[in-house]
Design a protein around this ligand. Structure first.
Ligand code: UGA
Length: 442
């Protein structure tokens, strides 16, 4: 099929490049960071994403995917360029658009034939309009096609999406992108599921751009909402997991993203909510709901540490922290609740030893000890706190765990464990919004 360039081969770009190659396109990834370029060229993915190293290597071997630092080579014969560079937050919460601007200037310099330039990674609302002015308007059309990739399941999210959003003022650009995505739209690629075709939304630039922020803000809002209900459930003696199941059965609400826990983290929600608030401010508006979503998420850490200190004198306590990554399936520590909890516990005078199946060091937390296994982490601990619900933890032998611990407090910060299984092992269970602590005698 057509030649496609993907500019920026970080998390989003590497997934997009490998997946587009796998559905039959000829893809070139443009990477200016020499060590990342070297790594990808040798088939090594410099972050953890299940299935990506295998897909990337197989597409490179097939000759449908290559990486370069030369815009000149990448633009030659290319009909579509996906912009996948980062937009980190500036101190006021607004996104830093430097990398997009640099990429746009390089594309302008080397664009050789009519091309659609597509913003794929999350960009500030209004970027499409601004790019239209920055890039040669005669040969280039701008489109917005936001990504909805979750770390840990990014390949599945790309190849089997719920929807594809294509925004542009140029109908021909949207038609070109429909052709790029046709194997996914029709689920006609090997492994596609023709009975589960994604929705296709064709719209204008600004609408597509705001869809991304609105989607992430809504997901974060669901989590903060259920976390607030969890606090109430604890106070009145209810079980939030059952509340979530019951309200989730209402199709108007839906059951996903209603798992109460220690709060949301990761590189996206916090950044995107801050950007949405900054955009609102720049239009003289106040985003009240997103402000509350963030405030509830911050309070959740206090609520959680408070629950723990109700049960245990934290000064001098020995605590095993299971899970560091902000969620299972990734090695990402950005805005990870685990680190906020660890910091708080250490500040209260606790000795904290962590274990994570993938993350093996946390340079920014010098006082956090890292154990080589969960059994080492829990040995002699007064309390075990599970912050990330990795499969390895869900399958732990709880009797072994209880035997190794000095105390009996088991804190399930993700409501991922069966309460009876924990108490049957002789442990006292504390969840989030699962009424009060359950002791073995319960
Ligand atoms: C999120 C969105 O889900 C993606 O659709 C989006 O493309 C991505 O951001 C992005 O903007 O690039 P991600 O940050 O990878 O994806 O992770 P999520 O699966 O959304 O989880 C975010 C946080 O919410 C995690 O800390 C997770 O533990 C927490 N969470 C999630 C809950 O506390 N409860 C839930 O019910 C679900």
């Amino acid at each position: 099929m057509s030649k496609i360039a993907v500019v920026g081969t970080g998390y989003v770009g590497a997934v997009v490049a490998a997946c587009l190659a796998s559905i039959g396109h000829d893809v070139v990834g443009v990477e200016s960071n020499p060590s990342r370029l070297e790594s990808l060229r040798s088939g090594v993915v410099p972050f953890h994403e299940p299935g990506l190293p295998e897909l990337l290597s197989s597409q490179m071997e097939k000759g449908s995917l290559e990486f370069t630092d030369s815009y000149q080579d990448a633009m030659d014969g290319t009909a579509v360029t996906f912009l996948c560079v980062g937009t980190p937050s500036l101190p006021d919460g607004s996104p830093d658009t430097n990398q997009i601007e640099n990429a746009a200037r390089s594309i302008s310099e080397w664009v050789a034939n009519p091309m659609v330039v597509v913003t794929k990674s999350t960009v500030p609302i209004g970027s499409g309009r601004w790019l239209n002015e920055l890039i040669d308007g005669d040969r280039v059309s701008i489109a917005s096609n936001p990504e909805f990739l979750r770390e840990g399941s990014a390949l599945k999210d790309f190849l089997h999406p719920d929807r594809i959003v294509l925004g542009s003022d140029d109908a021909a650009a949207i038609a070109t992108l429909v052709e790029v995505y046709r194997p996914i739209i029709e689920q006609s690629f090997t492994g596609g599921r023709p009975d589960h075709r994604p929705g296709l939304v064709r719209t204008n630039l600004e609408t597509a751009e705001i869809v991304k922020y609105a989607a992430n803000a809504f997901l974060a809002m669901k989590i903060s909402f259920i976390n607030e209900v969890a606090m109430l459930a604890d106070a009145v003696g209810a079980d939030v997991t059952e509340v979530a199941t019951a309200i989730g059965m209402d199709q108007r609400i839906g059951s996903s993203f209603l798992a109460a826990g220690v709060g949301w983290g990761g590189s996206c929600f916090g950044k995107d909510l801050a950007a949405l608030q900054a955009t609102a401010r720049s239009h003289g508006l106040e985003s009240l709901i997103t402000g509350a979503v963030v405030a509830v998420n911050e309070r959740q850490i206090d609520f959680f540490v408070g629950k723990l200190s109700d049960q245990l004198d934290l000064a001098g306590a020995t605590i095993a922290l299971l899970g560091l990554a902000f969620k299972p399936g990734t090695d990402d520590l950005r805005d990870a609740p685990s680190l906020k909890v660890a910091r708080r516990l250490i500040d209260f005078g606790a000795t904290v030893t962590a274990y994570d199946p993938i993350v093996t060091s946390v340079p920014e937390l010098a006082n956090l000890a890292i154990a080589p296994s969960w059994t080492d982490a829990v040995s002699g601990a007064d309390a075990t706190v599970v912050v990330t619900e990795w499969d390895e933890f869900l399958s732990m032998n709880l009797t072994t765990l209880a035997d190794k611990m000095a105390g009996d407090l088991f804190v399930d910060a993700r409501n991922a464990f069966n309460v009876a299984a924990v108490t049957d092992a002789g442990l006292s269970y504390i969840g989030i919004g699962r009424a009060s602590a359950h002791t073995p005698q319960d």
